[in-house]
Each structure stands twice: as C-alpha cells, then as structure tokens.
Design a protein. Sequence first.
Length: 262
Amino acid sequence: MSLTLPKFEQVELCKITQKGMLENGVVDMTFQSVTIAQNTKAGQFVHIRTNDGIAPLLRRPISICDVDVQTGDVRILFQIKGEGTRLIAMKNIGDSLDVIGPLGNGFTVDPRYKRPLLIGGGIGVFPLLLLSKKISTPVTCLGFRNQSQVVLENDFSQTSHHLLISTDDGSYGEHCYVPQLAENQLENHPIDIIYACGPEVMIKCVVEMANAKNIPCQVSMEQRMGCGIGACLVCACKTKKGYEHVCKTGPVYWASEVIFDA
Ligand SMILES: Cc1cc2nc3c(=O)[nH]c(=O)nc-3n(C[C@H](O)[C@H](O)[C@H](O)COP(=O)(O)OP(=O)(O)OC[C@H]3O[C@@H](n4cnc5c(N)ncnc54)[C@H](O)[C@@H]3O)c2cc1C
Ligand code: FES
C-alpha cells in the first residue's frame, strides 16, 4: 500500500536588501530570492516566519508587490497590525527573512483582455502593482482612507494608462469610495476585465458593478490565514464549489465563483 505524504512548500532564508518605513507606518521591504522572483504570478503571496522563537507560532501572509527576475529582488509592503508584522518590521538590511513562497493562485493574465481596470483599496493595492506591469497599461483606481495612507502613487503612475485616486475623507484625490471612482471610469473607458483587491465591503461593491455591466472580474480574497498550505481551515471562503481554502485555491478567484454573505 502506498502512502501519499502532503507536499510542503520550500522554506528559504532570504537576505533583506532594502527596507524603508513610510510616513504612514507601512514598511517597504525588498529581499533576495531568485526562485521567488522567477516563479511569481501577480496576486501570489509569501508566508513569512515572524521570529526565531515559538510565538507567534504562525507565519504571516504578505502579497508579493513586485519582483525583478534579473536581480532576484522581491518587494513587499506591509502595514504593522499586530505582533507578527511588528516583528517582521524589526528586521533590518542584511538580516535573513524565513519565507515560503510564492503561494496561492494569482491573477489570470490573458492577452485577450486589452482594456483592464484595476481597483485597489488600502493594503489591497500592493499585489496590483506587479499585475499592472504584466497586463497592457490598465486604468487604475486606488482608494485610501485619507491622504496619509496614499502609497505607491509614483509606481502606479508609471505602469497605468490612467491613474485615479480617491480618499474616504476627500483629503486627496476624489472625495468618494473607490468603487464609485471606478464606476465613473466604466462610463468613459471600454473596459473588458476588472481586477480588484481590498476590503471585503469594497470587493462586494466591485463584483455587483462588474455583474451589472457583464464584465469578467477577478478578486483577491485576503482572508485571515493559519498554516498557509491547505492544512487547517482558518482561511475558508464560500464558493459555488463549497468552502475552499483561500491559501490553496485563492487568494484570487473569478468573482462569479465566490458567494458573498448578504
Ligand atoms: C493572501 C494575503 C495577502 C496579504 N498581503 C498583505 C500585504 O501585502 N500587506 C499587508 O500589510 N497585509 C497583507 N495581508 C494582511 C496581513 O497578513 C495581516 O495584516 C497580518 O497577518 C497581521 O498579522 P499580525 O500578527 O501583525 O497581526 P494580528 O495580531 O494577527 O492581527 C492584528 C489585527 O489585524 C487583523 N488582521 C489579521 N489578518 C488580517 C487580514 N488578512 N485581513 C484583514 N485584517 C487582518 C486582525 O483581525 C487584527 O485586528 C495579507 C493577508 C493575506 C491573507
Ligand atoms: S491557512 Fe490553513 S488551510 Fe489556509
């Protein structure tokens, strides 16, 4: 009788080569991994061990924001939320980062789609930067709480055909929520696919909008995670096929597959 053992992803110790702390507390970090840089699809993530001790026990998932396949640079941006991200933020240039990745299922990049619209909210904008480099110059709509939270504006302005920013309080860009900003763009541009990443409330609005206009749409569902490799049930997401593990079959899904609770 043969026994099939679960496949565990490779752990890699990666040297941190750049680190910056943005004014709003977001950490912008680059580490070296030729394997990750060469094998990443936009929308995938890395699972990072937070320290050498036993607590916090679980790794933390962070999206891959950008890669350089020539140099092996892998860029991540993350907000310090709790103990795990605080500990990762304490690492410095020259330190090693214990990383598993790239994990998950990334965005579909299909040359048939010529007029993409990217919609990102808050920390959900990070995985969209690599995507914006892989697809034909998108219209990009990014939404933030206020001006101090605005990130990656220069990066997206270089990769986008048209970049629009909104803030919830009107302190920068348009004074509205980002789905509203995107809806205005749908009136002006013949969009043929939508890609979205952000808080669930934003994702729900985007999906309703895409359905109403009959535009294919992919969404990244950044659920809370445990193991990150399909071995626990922390990251369950309700889909038409039943509950799925976001860390294995996601975080990116076609909007038509996901069931959102009312
Ligand atoms: C696939 C994926 C990709 C991600 N990419 C990024 C990224 O690129 N940049 C980034 O800043 N963050 C990202 N996150 C969120 C990040 O993983 C969490 O903020 C982090 O794990 C929190 O760990 P902590 O120990 O610092 O905080 P904890 O002590 O674990 O939690 C602190 C607070 O953050 C909340 N929180 C934890 N996880 C999430 C989550 N997934 N979504 C919303 N709130 C959460 C908790 O409810 C709690 O209120 C991603 C999450 C997933 C699942
Ligand atoms: S985080 Fe454990 S199954 Fe997804």
